[in-house]
Design a protein around this ligand. Sequence first.
Ligand code: Q46
Ligand code: ZN
Ligand code: ZN
Length: 322
Amino acid sequence: MKCRKCGQKAAINMRHHKLALCGEHYQEWFVEQTARTIRRYKMFRRDERVLVAVSGGKDSLGLWDVLLRLGYQADGLYIDLGIATRFDYSGQSFEKVEQFVETLWPDAQLHVLDVNALYGATIPEAARISNRGRGKPCSVCGLVKRHEMNRIAHEMGYDVLATGHNLDDEVAVLFSNVLHWQTGYLARQAPVLPASHPGLARKVKPFCRFYERETAAYALLRGIDYIYEECPHAVGSKTIAYKELLAQLEAQSPGAKLQFYLSFLRAKEEGLFAAVQEREEGRLHACERCGQPTSAPGLCAFCRLWDRVAEVKRPPVPTTPL
Ligand code: Q46
Ligand code: ZN
Ligand code: ZN
């Protein structure tokens, strides 16, 4: 297989695009495609500040790299979740992020937030205490990540929050949401999510049209070292099972995932879920303590979580003997 641009040996063949490219031309194509996605969905402008949530994985590091190559004002945010079940997942992920900065972008700005140091418990510990998600820390993890990304972006004056979700991630979520007809989630699933509240950053996913093997190929060809292991809590998750199912579909019909996702976006543009969106937005109000949008009365789930952790971890009040 030869590169369509220069005729050298191809490094990757994308059957769904009927396009084979060598390493150099693939990187060029990948950066250009990202720029097109940013423009097509009006994600952000040159003068806006972008905060990229980096996890140490190929997608988020690749995204940060591409945005810097395109000349955007993009800074990184690493959230240390304190996950060390089976192996030091958080520690190893952070090493990859640090190494990325040191070797490729020594002048880039990286913010680091340590959940345990800030709130007094790691994610698995907070999940155990709160008993949300029945043993799996993922719902607490998602809740904390969302809240903290919003908070940092707001406090540090970023206009946009970018995450490295790729097409496979988006399609697995879409599939799950359709399977359960989660209309509220479907209404909110999009490449660009406008700020749901004044002062909050817009959320964007510039890699939403890339297959996972495309983001992996970019990281490898670009020399980005990333964490290969999944988070130990991802093992056995529904999302992984859906991804396997969808991979079978894609093998039989190349481009099926991209079609599924793009047709969904078109249907949304035509107004599908517009009523749900309106209803959901109407339910939101500001949390009494932190001010972030919530549908719960009074305090949001994040504030309630840490109240519960503090209650359990607070040292017992010494009682005076009678
Ligand atoms: S990091 Fe957190 Fe994921 Fe690990 S605990 Fe679950 S949600 S699986 S993206
Ligand atoms: Zn070439
Ligand atoms: Zn709150």
